[in-house]
Design a protein around this ligand. Sequence first.
Ligand code: SF4
Ligand code: SF4
Length: 411
Amino acid sequence: MHCGLCLNACPTYRVLGLEMDSPRGRIRQMAQVAAGAPAGASYIAHIELCLACRGCESACPSGVPYGRLVEAARAEIECTVVRGPGERRIRQFVFGHVLQSPAWMTFLGALLYLYQASGVQKLVRALGLAALLGRLGEIEQLAPAAEPPFFFNKIGKTFPAEGQRRYRVALMAGCIANVCFARLNEATVRVLQKNGCEVAIPAGQRCCGALHVHAGLRDQARTLARRNIDALADGYDAILTNAAGCGTALKEYGELLAGDPDYAEKARAFSERVRDITEFLASIELNRAMKPLPITVTYQDSCHLAHGQRVRTAPRKLLAAVPGLEFREMPLSDQCCGSAGIYNVVENEMSMQILERKMRSVNRTGAQVIATANPGCALQLRAGVRVHGNGQRVVHVVELLDEAYQGAKTG
Ligand code: SF4
Ligand code: SF4
């Protein structure tokens, strides 16, 4: 198929204007490799420069499943590419240990907190030292704030519904989110409690494996998926996440484990119960006992929510439910902000160019607050506000609901 209707939906094509960095061009290259052409350095570079944002999937009238194609291409690259020993060790450490281990994350989170709370980070930034650190400096600019006490201490606990219990739900707390979005996770629990949910944070849960899938490490993702399925085997009404990237991966467990005779059916049933937090709240009778929030808010669609899960109206419906809140739609709200998992780290230059364009759209709205439904987007947009913004606050939609519930008159 060569219609090209996907081209303008592609952030890398919009920046570079190159066919090879468009969805159509990438599909052509994948087809050539599938037909026997060598998967050379140029092919790998074009595939790796893709954000896997799936904006092209939404734009494609023929329903080309681009996300699956690029994941398969990356898995194949991962099997054939020979990485240097340093890169191999870093990847093994990050994907095989850090993301899978609460102990490692707690340790590294504590180091990050020390770096930030001791004032060293401020000094590094004030003296412009980050620029001297090369790739490490780029990562430093994007580093999230560590938020002790970490949410790991809530795992294994159950929080009662406020008032009459209407639902029993389980929350997937994420991996890095336990350290860097602990307050968001707590706000998520409070909002669910306000809406009649008993909220379990099941013990034994781990990283959802989304980052592993994006990196082509499907076997590691399968191991994590099996573990999560076992941990959440109890019959919850819904399995919830406040991270759109995780939600997409969790909803695709059925596909990930389709070839596993022991888990295929369990994985399918698990995925059917997964809901993004905004999707779930918009589907139930929402508790309207909120105080007014007199603020102007724009919304950045997370790619994994808008394109991966086709959830667009739910977050907007929730924002519209907050009294006093004025919503301002931004142009191209469903174009990627450049975050895309760890894309902003590994493809920092392109990511920053995409972010600059995104911030132009944000600034045009004049909104004081940027709401999103994905922690990764929130981090990226905060970096965008620091460099190109007008002091906007960046929050998750659920955090605004939480604010509106705090101090609201009840009854
Ligand atoms: S997934 Fe995103 S970056 Fe990749 S080709 Fe599609 S629109 Fe472009
Ligand atoms: S991927 Fe879809 S939109 Fe893009 S060129 Fe092919 S058919 Fe057209």
